[in-house]
Unconditional design. Structure first.
Lengths: 112, 111
């Protein structure tokens, strides 16, 4: 099967940058996504990147894609306490039968 | 534009009962997908509907079923509930493939 791997925890100080990493295995992935989930809530689509791109920037968020290493990262600049949440990496597995394959999520804790 | 809505938000059922969950997609979106989220298994794909037809199906038993109506609203049904069906059930809608938007989920507790 195809797996999306993420580290489970990340702790940063308020004002620092956070970098959340993800590795995926399907070389035919078309889109790669970052979702945010706050306690008791659904998933919020933060950003996504098409697999022919290397980088995408959206305000405080920067996504980097290394297709050779199948590595995706999400950088959050000037991290705030409101950024504390679980962040999920997901791939659109064009060769499979599921629209999205998710990682287990990275819990980001922001220390004031 | 209103987001994806799911009803009910919380549900408590007893083993052996059945349950129906509802999802209303964003206006204009024709694709609706369902996912189950549990602490142990994470997010797992259940099925996807597009224009009232099931387009994809995940690896869940036949007790899990769904349908989509002509207005794109979707329902999923779980029959003969088991304790292990306790989960957050999330619905996502999309117009194309790129952007999938999730609802707040239905928290199902089976006792």
């Amino acid at each position: 099967g195809e797996d999306v791997e993420q580290s489970l925890f990340l702790s940063v100080r308020e004002g620092d940058s956070s970098v959340i990493n993800c590795t995926y295995t399907d070389s035919s992935s078309t889109y790669l996504y970052w979702y945010k989930q706050e306690p008791g809530a659904g998933l919020q689509l933060l950003t996504y990147i098409f697999s022919n791109m290397d980088m995408k920037q959206d305000q405080r968020l920067t996504v980097l894609l290394n297709k050779k290493d199948k590595h995706l990262s999400l950088r959050i600049a000037d991290t705030q306490t409101g950024d504390s949440a679980i962040y999920f990496c997901a791939e659109f597995w064009s060769s499979g039968n599921t629209p999205l394959v998710f990682g287990k999520g990275t819990r980001l804790s922001v220390i004031a | 534009k209103a987001g994806v809505t799911q009803t009910p938000r919380y549900l408590i059922k007893t083993r052996g009962q059945q349950v129906t969950l509802s999802c209303s997609p964003i206006s204009g979106h024709r694709s609706v997908s369902w996912y189950q989220q549990t602490p142990g298994q994470g997010l797992q794909f259940l099925f996807e509907y597009f224009s009232e037809t099931q387009r994809n199906k995940g690896n869940f038993p036949g007790r899990f079923s769904g349908r989509q109506f002509s207005n794109s609203r979707s329902e999923m049904n779980v029959s003969t509930l088991e304790l292990g069906d306790s989960a957050l059930y999330l619905c996502a809608s999309s117009w194309g493939q790129a952007e999938q938007y999730f609802g707040p989920g239905t928290r199902l507790t089976v006792t």
